[in-house]
Design a protein around this ligand. Structure first.
Ligand SMILES: *Cc1c(COP(=O)(O)O)cnc(C)c1O
Length: 379
């Protein structure tokens, strides 16, 4: 049996006719950039996330960049984020000329820990605190961060909150949707995300009218009103009509797919418990409801890399998210972090493994994955 980490073909087959019909209309119109499909998507995503506005952009990374630009973050500023996330979160901060400051994670949820953030702030000098402008909580693997505490800290120190919700569209924290709690929410339509386009794309959410206007201008080189009257410097962060049309179709199925991910997670849980594995592997901790399981990440005490290779031999695709915490990457050596600075993030990068969790998995496939993991770890 084959169990790839992700099988996008299965999902495509289920929506193929709709996609071909919608994209054909765009070929016939020959209107490819922004336009009515993007506007419709922006309205529907804003509704879906319970926010006032959303602005379609060229990728999840660009969503972060444009949110940082709109927030006015640049040279001399610093921004706190998680030591354990996809590179783009911290890369975007650095690309704006600002300094990323890493906080350690909660070792149950892998999300940045509010205590970790507060500890860092409390140790800052007045001058450092003066430069601290924002915090980027990352809703990792499909589960929201502990937002009450994070918002409280942000409020206390007057920080802008940019939610990196690239992996968590539709996830909820105490009834609130991801991307609706901070000043900005950043989403990605990269094909492996829960709501994936047929290429790159992303969207930024905000409840602020002022920030909405600024994001719209920044997306088209900073032009406001008259196309060649630039009051601010922006870039090309536009979303394609084709991607918007495809994402609009997929959005109608998103909740069905998210529920299927959740159901697969529950099946894994039962199968692992029935196999007597609950003390040998650590299953994902579901602290917030609703978790949308972009990834189902288990933790093993040892032999993670060998398990990864063993499963590969049996045609089971798994992945290590992420093999290095960000503070230990070479490109951030100028920040002078050392091994041991973020013990929870470092340990997660050594022990975690993401299993296939996509909606179209069959029960037989889930059983096969659990059987093979059990076989390897009981050897
Ligand atoms: C995927 C991802 C991004 C970047 O999105 P792209 O669309 O690939 O640019 C940013 N942050 C996190 C946490 C992600 O998972």
């Amino acid at each position: 049996m084959k169990v790839p980490l992700l099988d996008l073909k299965k999902q495509y087959i289920s929506i193929r006719d709709e996609v071909l019909k919608a994209t054909k209309q765009i070929y016939d119109k020959q209107q490819f950039v922004l336009g009515p499909e993007v506007e419709r998507l922006e309205k529907e995503i804003a509704d879906y996330c319970s926010v006032k506005h959303s602005v379609g952009v060229s990728s999840g990374t660009d969503a972060l960049i444009i949110a940082l630009m709109a927030a006015g973050i640049g040279q001399g500023d610093s921004v706190i984020t998680s030591a354990y996330t996809f590179f783009a979160t911290a890369g975007s901060i650095a690309r704006m000329g600002a300094k990323p400051i890493f906080a350690d994670i909660d070792s149950d949820t892998y999300n940045v820990s509010p205590e970790g953030i507060e500890n860092i702030i409390e140790k800052m000098t007045d001058a450092e605190l003066e430069n601290l402008k924002a915090v980027i909580p990352v809703h990792l693997f499909g589960q929201c961060c502990e937002m009450d505490s994070i918002l409280k800290i942000a409020n206390k120190y007057n920080l802008i909150v940019i939610e990196d919700a690239a992996q968590a569209i539709g996830a909820e924290y105490k009834g609130k949707r991801s991307g609706s709690m901070g000043d900005f929410g950043c989403f990605s339509f990269f094909p492996s995300k829960n709501l994936g386009a047929f290429g790159d794309g992303g969207i930024v959410t905000t409840n602020s009218d002022k920030m909405y206007d600024k994001l719209c201008a920044l997306r088209i080189h900073g032009a406001i009103g008259d196309r060649y009257d630039h009051q601010i410097i922006g870039g090309n962060f536009r979303l394609d009509a084709l991607q918007a049309a495809i994402v609009l179709i997929k959005l109608r199925y998103l909740d069905t797919w998210s529920n299927a991910r959740l159901s697969n997670a529950n099946k894994y849980r039962k199968l692992f418990i029935n196999a007597g594995m609950e003390d040998i592997i650590k299953l994902p901790v579901e602290r917030e409801n609703r978790h949308v399981y972009n990834q189902f990440v288990i933790r093993v005490k040892e032999k993670r890399d060998k398990l990864h290779l063993f499963l590969k031999d049996y045609s089971i695709g798994t992945q290590i998210y992420y093999p290095s915490p960000l503070h230990l990457l070479n490109c951030f050596s100028y920040l002078n972090y050392n091994k041991g600075d973020m013990s929870a993030a470092e340990s997660a990068s050594l022990n975690t493994l993401a299993l296939p969790i996509y909606p179209e998995l069959t029960y037989d496939q889930l059983e096969y994955v659990v059987d093979k993991i059990t076989e390897f770890l009981n050897k």
